[in-house]
Design a protein around this ligand. Structure first.
Ligand code: COA
Length: 158
């Protein structure tokens, strides 16, 4: 059975993430969404809140999707899950530079795990979680970027 990991902070999960998850789930037998906290970020939502939010948002995106929290190296988490691939979304050339470096370092640590990139849907390319939080803080409408439930979660935090 082929298992892939789609890791991220998901603070909060956006329509861009959901699009990648929907497409990635079709490419593999099992897709594990790894919810973690990037050490350079100070999330709005706790790990438990983000896991619950992601579980709710992916419940209708595919039968073969699991959501698991982790606090370790990504490659160690992938091994623990029996995964041989990491899926990442690419939105633009800035993502590419960041991903290129991470992929290179992950490959040095675990050459048996491949990183696979999916290009973001053109309409969803500008979305980022931090801009969603910023727009909401200033009273802007985030309904084009996140689901109605996530919008409620974000507004509930403010
Ligand atoms: N649609 C919309 N937004 C997207 C997106 C998509 N398809 N893909 C990424 N993003 C956005 C996110 O919203 C986020 O936006 P923000 O920075 O404004 O918050 C940004 O892109 C990147 O977020 P994410 O994909 O969640 O990654 P991350 O940078 O928070 O974390 C990990 C990346 C989890 C893969 C990395 O931190 C990791 O591997 N951690 C484990 C520790 C480890 O192994 N470290 C060594 C790595 S070599």
């Amino acid at each position: 059975m082929k298992t892939a990991i789609y890791p991220g902070t998901f603070d909060p999960i956006t329509l861009g993430h959901a699009d990648i998850i929907r497409r990635a789930a079709k490419l593999t037998d099992k897709l594990v969404i790894g919810v973690t906290t990037n050490i350079s970020k100070s999330p709005m939502f706790s790990p438990e809140e983000r896991i619950a939010m992601v579980k709710r948002e992916v419940s209708n995106l595919g039968e073969n999707i699991e959501v698991v929290g982790f606090r370790s190296l990504l490659v160690d988490f992938a091994r623990q899950q029996g995964a041989n691939a990491i899926i990442r979304g690419l939105r633009n050339s800035t993502d590419f530079e960041y991903e290129y470096q991470m992929t290179g370092m992950n490959a040095q640590m675990a050459s048996d795990i491949e990183t696979i990139f999916l290009m973001s849907d053109v309409a969803l390319q500008p979305i980022s979680s931090s801009l969603v939080r910023e727009i909401a803080k200033f009273g802007g409408d985030i309904s084009k970027f996140v689901s109605a439930s996530v919008k409620d979660d974000v507004l509930g935090k403010l």
